[in-house]
Design a protein around this ligand. Structure first.
Ligand code: SF4
Ligand code: SF4
Ligand code: FES
Length: 261
């Protein structure tokens, strides 16, 4: 970006935001909420440059770094590992760091697109794109997502066959991002439902041949707010950034309840 000669630039002006020459301009329409000024909530738009190699997270960081430092969102690893930047992007739950701009940008650079960014649904918004994750983690903790055994500690590792390990491999991949649970219509409407992520994490131990707590977990999930609330609409599977077959895992837990594993 070049400053024109008729623009008076004072020495204390903030630097002009950088715009790479090959960038396409994109409008980010971001849902804003400030608990200290709740009446001012609504969408705010920002024009930002995007390169095909950018992730949506880069664009949000651009807004925060150059245009409005008060914009609030969670992120940590920026590589789809920590699960902290789940948000609703154009109405679909995604991790901002996994959404490549090359898949969003139009071929014709003169056409400017608008991308809507909102917090994930079904959890209380704390500020802008940050939600209170505690109800989500409460459900996760309720299914006892840890190895339960009895007897003395073994003196060496607990042996498991490759076939037994493969039985729950898919559900070990969960990064607790909440994309699935907050895309579930049952969870939106009946907040007491455990939600798919909790069931996925129960599945990970129910089908682990080394674990002895399956009956206890199944009993918990047999509750009125447990697996039976699921209506098998597959939103959760579509939303999972790790490609976990979430609905299938829920079906397997239901089957385990019906046929005592
Ligand atoms: S399959 Fe079940 S858990 Fe998944 S979104 Fe649908 S109702 Fe929710
Ligand atoms: S199952 Fe997938 S979408 Fe759900 S919390 Fe785990 S990683 Fe996220
Ligand atoms: S920032 Fe860690 S998953 Fe996106």
């Amino acid at each position: 970006m070049t400053a024109t000669t008729d623009t008076a630039v004072r020495h204390d002006d903030p630097p002009l935001p950088p715009v790479p020459e090959e960038a396409t301009m994109v409008t980010l329409k971001i849902s804003r909420f400030n608990p200290e000024d709740p009446d001012a909530q609504g969408f705010e738009s920002f024009r930002v440059p995007a390169l095909p190699t950018d992730r949506l997270l880069n664009l949000l960081l651009y807004v925060k770094g150059y245009l409005d430092g008060t914009l609030t969102f969670r992120r940590s690893c920026a590589h789809g590992v920590c699960g902290s930047d789940a948000m609703r992007i154009n109405g679909v739950n995604r991790l901002a760091c996994k959404l490549l701009m090359k898949d969003m940008l139009p071929k014709d650079k003169s056409k400017e697109i608008t991308i809507t960014v909102e917090p994930i649904k079904g959890l209380p918004v704390e500020k802008d794109l940050v939600v209170d994750m505690e109800p989500f983690f409460d459900a996760f903790r309720a299914v006892k997502p840890f190895l339960m055994t009895s007897g003395n500690e073994p003196t060496r590792e607990r042996i498991q066959s490759q076939t037994d390990r493969a039985r729950f491999d898919d559900t070990t991949k969960c990064i607790l991002c909440a994309c699935c649970t907050t895309s579930c219509p049952v969870y939106w409407n009946e907040g007491s439902y455990f939600g798919p992520a909790a069931i996925v994490n129960a599945h990970r131990f129910i089908f682990d041949s080394r674990d002895e707590g399956a009956a206890e977990r199944l009993d918990i999930l047999n509750d009125v707010d447990g697996v039976w609330r699921c209506r098998t609409t597959f939103n959760c599977t579509d939303a999972c950034p790790r490609g976990i077959q979430v609905t299938q895992a829920i079906q397997e837990v239901k089957r385990a309840l019906m046929f005592a594993r």
